[in-house]
Structures are given as C-alpha cells and as structure tokens.
Design a protein around this ligand. Sequence first.
Ligand code: PEP
Length: 252
Amino acid sequence: MGKRKALMAGNWKMHTTVVDGCQLAVDVSRACTDFPDREVLLAPPYTILSEVSHILKDSPIIVGSQNVCWEEKGAFTGEISPVMLKDAGGSAAIVGHSERRQIFGETDELVNRRLKGGLSFGLMMILCIGETLEEREAGRAFAVLYEQIKKGLADVAAVDMAKVVIAYEPVWAIGTGKTASNEQAQETHAFIRGVLEQIYEKNIAEQTRILYGGSVKPTNVDELMAQSDIDGALVGGAALDAKSFGRIINFQ
Ligand code: PEP
C-alpha cells in the first residue's frame, strides 16, 4: 500500500431489503474498528440509505450512494440529487460503474456531469473506470482507460481532486471470480496515476486514491493491498457478507 489512506468500499448494488441491509450495516460496523490508516464506505441501495446512515451515525463508516444526479431537484424521474443524498445522511457517491455504463448506456459525458454535480455539493466522488476483456485482449486497455479518465475528469479543477477517488475495475473481473493479477493491477494503477500527473500535476497524482475492484475477496485482498499504487478496494459480492467484508477491511 502506498502513502495514501486506504479506502475500503462496499457496493451493495441491487441487494438487501430494509431488514437485511440494516442487519448488514450493524454487522459491518461491529467488524470495523476505527483504524487511523483506513476508511470504510458503504453504498447501500437508495431505499435504505437513510436507515443505514442512521445506524452508522456514531461510527466512522462513510455512507454513499451508487449513483447521483447533478441537479439539486427537478424533473429527473428515477434519479436522486446530491442534496437528497446528504439529507439521507450520505456524503459520497459512486459514478460510472460499469453496470451503469453497460446496462444503462451511461456515457463518459454523463458520468462527468454526475461527477461535477456531486463535487459541487461537496460529496466525495468515486469515479469508476475499466476496460472490457475484448479491449484488454486487443491491447487497448490503456487507451480505453485514458479516454475514460480524460472525459470523466473533464473540467474538474485541481482543487476538487481532493474529493475524487478513482476505482479501476476491469469489467472482466467484476462478479466473475476472476481477478487481475497483482502485477496487472499494479501496472494499470501506475498507468492511471501517470495520466493524473499528465492532466494535473505530480502532487495531485500522488494524493489521489486509486481503488481496485473486481472479485476482491478475503483470500486476495492482502496481496492486492500490498501493491504500491493500490489504495483500497471497491467490493461487490464479498461486501454482502459481514464476515468477508470485515476480513477485507482488516487487510494485513
Ligand atoms: C463492483 O461491483 O464494483 C465489484 C467489483 O463487484 P465484485 O466485487 O462482485 O466483482
């Protein structure tokens, strides 16, 4: 792990009822001691954001949403605004998840709008990027990531980068049980940091946290977190089990 404070984030996706989600939040908070060197974030579905925030109000765990709109309010059926998220107790949002891009057709331009909107309301924003298997096999992974970073961060001021976290999630590793090798992940994270340096400056590239996502589990978290440019994890499946996520949070 590098010199940045680790961020271990759980994305619950479209899982958990009110009862399940509240129980999971309680169980995760029990598994989570207040480490000085790491932060923990949970992104439950919108329907239980408020309950989960309430349960975690005295805990250091950050609550975030799985997406967010850029407007404060208005005719945006199906969306939630940064103000609504904050009102429900959230302080962070994920944008650009590959499921949003692939299933719901979200473009880099839309993701950028969401990102800037969230930043303008003071949210911590997790920008997800990642290549497909086809793109990796065609030797285009870095070109795809470069484009996603450039477009995703378009018009984001250097000063706002303190609130931005990048999550590198190779699409072929999400929910598939396949993980990028430690070397592949480290190489890609170093590339992403290089792009940040090119867009901004060395200091900002050094300070920005870059999370790895894609079948992170108790059995592979330690070695992934040992890579110098991996600053945390965005976890899907394993975040739905408090014991597994607890072990991930407690990486060695
Ligand atoms: C994710 O949803 O961001 C993710 C990485 O999922 P999983 O851990 O299940 O691969």
